[in-house]
Design a protein around this ligand. Structure first.
Ligand code: SF4
Length: 275
C-alpha cells in the first residue's frame, strides 16, 4: 500500500476541503439545513435518498420522482407560453424521433418509461400551470429569464452555483412536482432563501418575491424575502461545515425525523433506529 508523508496528507485534506467549499447549490444547502446527516449520506457517501428515487423504484402507482421532475423542468424551459403550447407539449411528450436526441441523457429513461397515461397527467400539469395566474403573468411579461443559470462568489471561498427555473424582475418562480402536503416545513424555504439571496446579489435588489409552483395540484406558495444578510450568514456557515471533516458537523437532526422525506432506510431515523 502506498504511504504519504504527513505534510502531504495534510495538504490533500486541505485541498479536499477547498474543493468541497468551491461550489454550493441550493439543494445542497437546503438538505444540510434540514439534516446534516442526510447531507453526508448524499454528498459524501453518494447514496441516493429515498425521496429522489424514480417513481417506479418507489411506487408503481405514483407519477413522480427526480427524473420525471427533470423532464418536466426541461419541457417548461422550452415551451413558448405565448404560442400553441398544447401542440408543443404533445410534441415534447410524444415525438420520439425529434425529442429523444435533444433530451439530456439523464432524463431519456424517464421519457421512455412514462406511458401514455402518465404523459397525459404531465400534460395536464403543464396546461394547468400555463393557464394559471402565474403562467399568464409569465406569458404577458417581457424578459422572463427561464433556466436562469448563476455562478457567484459568496465570500471569496464559496461559489454559489445552479439554475433558477424562472426569474421575472424581482420575482423567482420555482416548479415543484412534489405535492404540497408532502413538503416538510423548512426544506423548500431554505432552497428558496438561497435562490433569493443569489438574485438579490446579482440584481442588487432589497426584496425578492418567491413563488413555489406545485404543478400536480396547480397551487402556489409565495413569500417576500428581505433578510439577505441573515441568509448569507446561514449559507456561509453551512458551506464551512460541509467542507469540514469533523464528524460533529453531520449530526442528525432527529427532531425532523417524523416529517423527514428521507426517513425510509435512514439508520438514524428516531422512530426506527437500526444501529
Ligand atoms: S430520518 Fe432523521 S436522521 Fe434520518 S435524514 Fe431524516 S431527519 Fe435526518
Amino acid at each position: 500500500m502506498m504511504t504519504f508523508p504527513e505534510e502531504t496528507l495534510t495538504k490533500l485534506t486541505v485541498q479536499k476541503a477547498e474543493r468541497a467549499l468551491r461550489q454550493f447549490s441550493a439543494t445542497s444547502f437546503a438538505l444540510f439545513e434540514w439534516c446534516p446527516f442526510a447531507w453526508r449520506r448524499k454528498y459524501r457517501q453518494g447514496r441516493t435518498l429515498e425521496w429522489e428515487m424514480t417513481d417506479r423504484e418507489n411506487n408503481d402507482d405514483v407519477v413522480g420522482g427526480a427524473e420525471l421532475g427533470s423532464l418536466v423542468h426541461w419541457i417548461l424551459s422550452k415551451i413558448n407560453f405565448s404560442g400553441d403550447y398544447e401542440t408543443e407539449i404533445d410534441h415534447y411528450l410524444h415525438d420520439k424521433n425529434e425529442i429523444l436526441s435533444r433530451l439530456p441523457g439523464h432524463i431519456r429513461d424517464a421519457w421512455r418509461r412514462n406511458d401514455r397515461n402518465e404523459k397525459s397527467q404531465v400534460k395536464e400539469w403543464l396546461m394547468n400551470f400555463i393557464e394559471s395566474e402565474t403562467g399568464i403573468m409569465m406569458r404577458n411579461t417581457q424578459g422572463v429569464e427561464r433556466e436562469h443559470r448563476f455562478r457567484i462568489s459568496l465570500d471569496g471561498k464559496t461559489v454559489l452555483a445552479g439554475a433558477v427555473d424562472a426569474v421575472i424582475d424581482d420575482m423567482i418562480v420555482d416548479y415543484k412536482i412534489t405535492e404540497v402536503n408532502d413538503v416538510p416545513p423548512g426544506l423548500y424555504e431554505s432552497q428558496m432563501d438561497f435562490y433569493a439571496y443569489v438574485i438579490h446579489d446579482m440584481k442588487k435588489l432589497d426584496r425578492v418575491r418567491t413563488i413555489a409552483v406545485f404543478l400536480k395540484e396547480n397551487e402556489t406558495r409565495e413569500r417576500v424575502i428581505t433578510d439577505f444578510e441573515g441568509i448569507r450568514e446561514r449559507i456561509a456557515r453551512a458551506a464551512e461545515m460541509c467542507a469540514s471533516d469533523l464528524e460533529s458537523s453531520y449530526n442528525a437532526k432527529t427532531e425532523h425525523c417524523g416529517l423527514c422525506p428521507f426517513k425510509k432506510g435512514c439508520v438514524k431515523n428516531a422512530g426506527t433506529i437500526q444501529e
